[in-house]
Design a protein around this ligand. Structure first.
Ligand code: ATP
Ligand code: MG
Length: 417
């Protein structure tokens, strides 16, 4: 026998018995996002590497360590590690800034990051996300958070925690960065290697560090004093307090977490995360924030924007599997042509119909029927010659022979009951 080829580490098949919940996640997304006026966009899975280097930021883990990059015809290409950069590229390229604001888009699909696979962390995983362009007011931040919460609620997920923070604007953040660096300087040698590397380029990211020894350092009173200080300028503070007001009025429960920084370089003002209490250490299901400078940085007109992304594998882990739906009918017959004809007629009428393609024994066919369908439709020589069909309810085992012309209403009544 030939050697088996296995799935690549960090990637997974989504099998037929699991697909029900995926369909549910996708259908609810379409339903809820449409309700809020978001339209779906599908961008390519690979883009120019430079898009992510500029659009995600070269101080991020994603760009530094996690990208799947390859060369083709002298171009450097990268499998998308996230989709905001791709959506922004498309927004600019397709002149969407000329559309009247807000422009609201959503997407779903696979993302690729080279990281250590573990529960809730894969190398190919899926995200569903939204982006709202053209609105600088805090109502936009509130809407996308409300949308995330309502999407999660529609899936039956209620035991979730919304954390919010404000990173201020590039101006007010400078002073904060300086203070953070200053207070952490005496501890520099005790920080982890990642933190030491980020210290100069992106000191705020240190606060997000998951390494225990770093967390202990950040818990020290003199460092906490800086972290907990209100550094943001008056305008940013007003934006943040308005956002909180909207969330209060909309009954969205949240906590302010001053350590919440988020991995991407482009965020300003609002950042948020939604965590589940039922996932182990990879407990973040949703992350997002405001990114007012990204469209300009990628060559577009100045356009404020806010959005989020959710990990669909993590949503799946919180939800029960949905078993595959049974077909309406399974035709049991050794007359394949007649069976195929009847199946086609019924399919045209909207029924899901299967039949055995190989003329197996009736008992074998019935066995299969009882696994996959609600009714067995038995089409023997007798039935064919009389224009009839024997209908067996596979739940109750009750069987009756009826005229072919009455079959549709029989199946329909049951389908609607
Ligand atoms: P984390 O801190 O868990 O690495 P992140 O900040 O890198 O998350 P984002 O880039 O904000 O994550 O992506 C949004 C969401 O996508 C996350 O909250 C998570 O649910 C999901 N996600 C991110 N990376 C992975 C992965 N490798 N495997 C599965 N889901 C992921
Ligand atoms: Mg990550």
């Amino acid at each position: 026998m030939a050697k088996i080829i296995n799935v690549i580490k960090g990637t997974k098949d989504i099998l037929p018995q699991e697909i029900g919940q995926w369909h549910n996640l996708e259908q609810k997304a379409l339903e809820i996002f449409t309700k809020y006026g978001y339209q779906e966009i599908r961008t390519p899975i690979f883009e120019a590497t430079e898009l992510f280097a500029r659009g995600v930021g070269d101080t991020t883990d994603i760009v530094n360590k996690e990208m799947y990059t390859f060369e083709k015809s002298d171009r450097s290409l990268t499998l998308r590690p996230e989709n905001t950069a791709g959506v922004v590229r498309s927004f600019i390229e397709n002149g969407m800034s000329r559309l009247s604001a807000p422009v609201k888009l959503w997407y779903k699909g696979p993302m690729f990051r080279y990281e250590r696979p573990q529960a809730g962390r894969q190398r190919q995983f899926h995200q569903v996300g939204v982006e709202l362009f053209g609105i600088k007011q805090p109502a936009a931040d509130a809407e996308v958070i409300l949308l995330a919460v309502n999407y999660l609620k529609s899936l039956g997920l209620n035991d979730l925690e919304v954390e919010i923070n404000s990173l201020g604007c590039p101006e007010c953040r400078e002073e904060y960065k300086r203070k953070i660096k200053e207070v952490l300087k005496p501890e520099f040698d005790n920080l982890c290697e990642d933190c030491q590397n980020r210290y100069e380029k992106n000191p705020l990211r240190l606060l997000d560090c998951k390494v225990e020894s770093c967390k202990t350092i950040f818990a020290k009173p003199e460092i906490q004093k800086v972290i907990q200080s209100d550094f943001i300028c008056e305008e940013c503070a007003e934006h943040f307090s308005q956002l909180k007001k909207y969330l209060d009025k909309m009954d969205v429960k949240y906590v302010v977490n001053k350590l919440l920084v988020r991995g991407l370089d482009y965020y300003n003002r609002t950042v948020f995360e939604i965590k589940s209490n039922n996932l182990g250490s990879q407990n973040a299901v949703c992350g997002g924030g405001r990114y007012d400078s990204l469209v300009r940085n990628l060559g577009g007109e100045d356009t404020p924007a806010v959005g989020w992304a959710m990990g669909m594998e993590r949503l799946n882990a919180l939800l029960p599997q949905i078993p595959p739906q049974k077909s309406d009918a399974y035709i049991v017959s050794n007359y394949s042509i007649e069976a195929m004809q009847l199946a086609e007629e019924l399919r045209k009428d909207g029924f899901n119909v299967e039949f055995d393609l190989s003329n197996k024994k009736f008992t074998k066919q019935l066995e299969k029927a009882s696994k996959v369908a609600k009714y067995a439709l038995i089409l023997g020589e007798d039935e064919i010659s009389k224009g009839q069909v024997s209908v067996k309810n596979l739940d109750t085992s009750v069987q009756e022979t009826i005229d072919r012309k009455d079959l549709r209403s029989k199946l329909k009544n049951d389908k609607n009951s």
